[in-house]
Design a protein around this ligand. Structure first.
Ligand SMILES: [Zn+2]
Length: 293
């Protein structure tokens, strides 16, 4: 399959056609569970299954194809068979050539390139899709190692940590469920050719622009309370880095919202009236102070 389009500009007819070809390739080459295939968009990163309709919508809508995913091994491809974007050509050739030179055989070079290329692509795909996430996980889960390695009786702070963490999970669960329902409803509206609701500001989203992020933050900082209570307050750095990255992601998400014509105005008002992370009551004065921290 042709992969040369993967880093090309999104939104063109040609790009959309290639995404359609990817979905069709996946459907005919891998086992779809309940008609759902793994979504390779930058957000889902082959971790979530969706119907082909949503996978196509993700790839052509807000997200694009995860850039390192050039061997579609999650979708039934066993070897790279078509052109790939330029940036993936050179490292593959160099690695394979170096390998065959060390073995002292120039004749194996052709085969080396082919095998090395696929292996490299798979590793690179893994690297691009999972690596940053792994590093984050190590950072934010260090408090759990502390909990397991220090033996102390429970006290009031452990109780507080439990309450904070559990609240985090509950908030994140409900916020994500509400978001999912909203996106699903809007997709149906779009399918029917009806106008979409520009912005979700009901439920938890009435009190915070990103209640799902807030819930997630509560969970990780709750774990930090456990470790701090055991004399390992330094473990907060994992959660802090995570929070800083999420702050950056928040900015990216909001910038994207403001770029979509049908919701830009509604979102601007939402930004002015609703707290960014920490849930709070909406301010009624539209011309009021911007609560973007
Ligand atoms: Zn996706």
């Amino acid at each position: 399959m042709d992969k040369s389009w993967m880093l090309a500009r999104k939104g063109t007819t040609q790009y959309n056609d290639k995404c359609k070809a990817f979905v069709e390739f996946a459907v005919s080459n891998c086992t779809a569970a309940n008609g759902k295939i793994y979504c390779s968009c930058k957000y889902c990163r082959n971790n979530q299954r969706h119907s082909t309709y949503y996978v196509f919508a993700h790839l052509t809508g807000g997200m694009r194809m995860s850039p390192g995913y050039i061997l579609w091994y999650m979708h039934g491809e066993t070897a790279i068979s078509g052109p790939v974007p330029g940036r993936y050509l050179n490292p593959v050739a160099t690695d394979a050539t170096a390998g065959s030179t060390e073995q002292g055989g120039g004749t194996k070079q052709g085969r080396g390139t082919e095998l090395g290329g696929d292996m490299h692509a798979m590793l690179r795909g893994y690297h691009d899709t999972c690596f940053p996430f792994d590093v984050f996980l190590i950072g934010v889960t260090i408090p759990l190692y502390v909990v397991h390695s220090v033996n102390e009786p429970l006290n009031i702070w452990d109780l507080i940590a439990i309450v904070v963490s559990v609240c985090g999970i509950i908030v994140a669960y409900h916020a994500d469920t509400q978001l999912h329902d909203f996106v699903t409803r809007n997709s149906k509206q779009k399918e029917l050719g009806k106008p979409m609701v520009p912005n979700l500001d009901k439920g938890l989203w009435n009190y915070s622009r990103h209640p799902n992020y807030f819930g997630e933050q509560l969970w990780w900082w709750g774990l930090v309370i456990f470790a701090w209570n055991l004399g390992h307050g330094w473990t907060f750095f994992g959660a802090l880095i995570n929070s800083m990255c999420l702050a950056y992601v928040t900015k990216l998400v909001e910038d994207r919202m403001l770029k979509q014509d049908y919701r830009a105005e509604a979102y601007r008002i939402y930004q002015k009236t609703t707290s960014v992370w920490i849930p709070w009551f909406r301010s009624s004065t539209i011309g009021g102070k911007d609560k973007s921290n």
